[in-house]
Design a protein around this ligand. Sequence first.
Ligand code: NOJ
Ligand code: CA
Length: 706
Amino acid sequence: MIGKPNFILFTLAVLGFAACQSPVPEQSLDVSSPSGKLKVQSFLTTEGQPAYLITYDGKAVIDTSTLGFEFQDATPLAGGMELVEQATSSTNETWEMPWGEQREVVNHYNELSATFRETAAPERSYRIVFRVYDDGLGFRYEFPEQPNLKEAVIMDENTQFQLTGDHQCWWQPGDWDIYEHLYNTTKVSEIDATSKGDPNLAQSYIPENAVNTPFTLKTADGLYLSFHEAALYDYSDMTLKVDPATLLLQSELVGSARLGYKTKRKAPFHTPWRTLQISENAGGLIESRLIVNLNEPNQLGDVSWFKPTKYVGIWWEMHLDKSTWDMASGRHGATTENAKRFIDFAADNNIGGLLVEGWNTGWEHWRDPGSREGVFDFVTPYPDYDLQEVVRYAKEKGVEIIMHHETSAAPRTYEAQLDTAFALMKKLGIHSVKTGYVGKIIPEGEYHHGQWMVNHYQKVLETAARFEVAVDAHEPIKDTGIRRTWPNFISREGLRGQEFNAWSADGGNPPEHLPIIAFTRMLAGPIDFTPGIFNIKLDPYKPNNQVNTTLAQQLALYVVIYSPVQMAADLPEFYEGNPAMQFIRDVGVDWETSKVLNGEVGDFVTIARQERGADKWFLGSITDENARTLPVKLDFLSAGKKYTATLYADGPTAHWNDNPINFTIQKFLVDSSTEMELRLAPGGGAAISLIPATEEEMQELKGYGE
Ligand code: NOJ
Ligand code: CA
């Protein structure tokens, strides 16, 4: 136990640290963001080690932090270096997302590149490149071809981020195997990741006091910071090791117990971008496009074969235990008949996709310990599922099947069948697949987030692209914005999704979960969260579990959470006849533009999005366990035009636990001058569709509040 004197010393150390910023040598290389607010200074320490410091509005946000590497069979790269070359440049361009949160993205930054070389043998060198934007920055190491560093067997990358205060932060442990932890809200000095094991996880490994990214913090000055990485290829996932005493974060790469190192690369190579988003308000983090901007342009060209879509699934019923993935139980979910029932439902409700899980053989043994290699077959349907007939029927009804490939974390079995599996999909005209990696990776000693698996996910993605298939990965490697380059990487899980509400023994996702996710995991990219549960209490299937939000919040999630594939996850029987279903029918999935109207990390957030190519807006607002009244201005609407607003709100007695299905639906006229007050219940939300008013509606409806 920490005694009192220790605690005081510790507090003094932290406060003392925050008070003084370390001096920067005069000969530093400086680069500022286009507005000049954000500035990076790069220099050598007195030991000749490359270092940098970041200021925002003249105040340090990252104090002197050093750069370096440790290798197997080679001395570390740290001090004893000199600057041998430098260059600066500026870029200001606009690019178009084929699908996304917005159509046009501005990519505007100033770049500094500095090449450092050891002054003595072995005279190894690397270049450090900073790109500084108004909403944050990225930097990466670039290793040129060189005689004394032909292959780097990296035991650790030692990139430091020296915080300047004991910030409030939202973190999940730096698990090498899974991102499906609940977030913790603490001070940096209170981070204790190794104690955060979770019995609900099928795989988990937390070797260090580290956090995973995106890692979001709020400073005492009210500045929002979020650390992450961009363009992760052929390298390991970066976690951030935390020293609670000195508030130093340091890159801690995921390793391989099988290979004994973190990452291996032949020069020339470069690391992913190490990124820091900075915003004066929490919503600015969500609006930032830094992560995709730091990725290379689209390599695939036209991907119009993938259409953003809502989808239903033979899925939730398995998580509820109503049916099973396997056939042997006698309660098989993926039957031809059941698939047709879902197809009819989708066609009737403006839903374009149907995911069918448990369609292929292997599920009897998918979680067998030890023997998962070779269990799954990705082309052979169970006898009670007529794949050809289901695809034919779906097509006739204007619905496309979403393929499912659960690998049970046996990637070599999957790789051996990739071409045949995707060829089958191409033949059937199926353009998207949900993949899954439940369990410990085979071979033993590999982890989901290590270099070996990063390369596996990439191989699947590139193979899929050749067959015009888009990928939605569960138990994925985290998103680092590579959808810009590979727009067939459409969505991922990589968080504690809706499914935990159906079966976890810890009461499911608490009401604060999604108001945290919006400012953490969602900064990485699209999320396949699977919203839209109307049967909140999961009756009669799961008496001890429930969804911990109101029904109105489930609707709001279609807008708040971004994904180009958005599931209507509940069973058709719980949607039929419910007037709230109209919102799911109407809501868009592809956006012209997105605006964050308000928000605080872990508390609440309101987002408005305009449907792509249409004058239709959708607004979603969610809160944590606290009720709130949030003012929102509809000034994003086209001026001088009347819209019919349909508001799906928490009812007067709504409460995530006591009365989650209490909601109201109101229709009224609004325009760009309307100011509304959204009343959110504890664990509640509000969803609004805003559609140009018809003549009839202009006559019949009243204005807001009239
Ligand atoms: C875990 C995934 O997250 C879930 O969506 C899926 O149903 C199961 N694995 C089975 O593949
Ligand atoms: Ca999962």
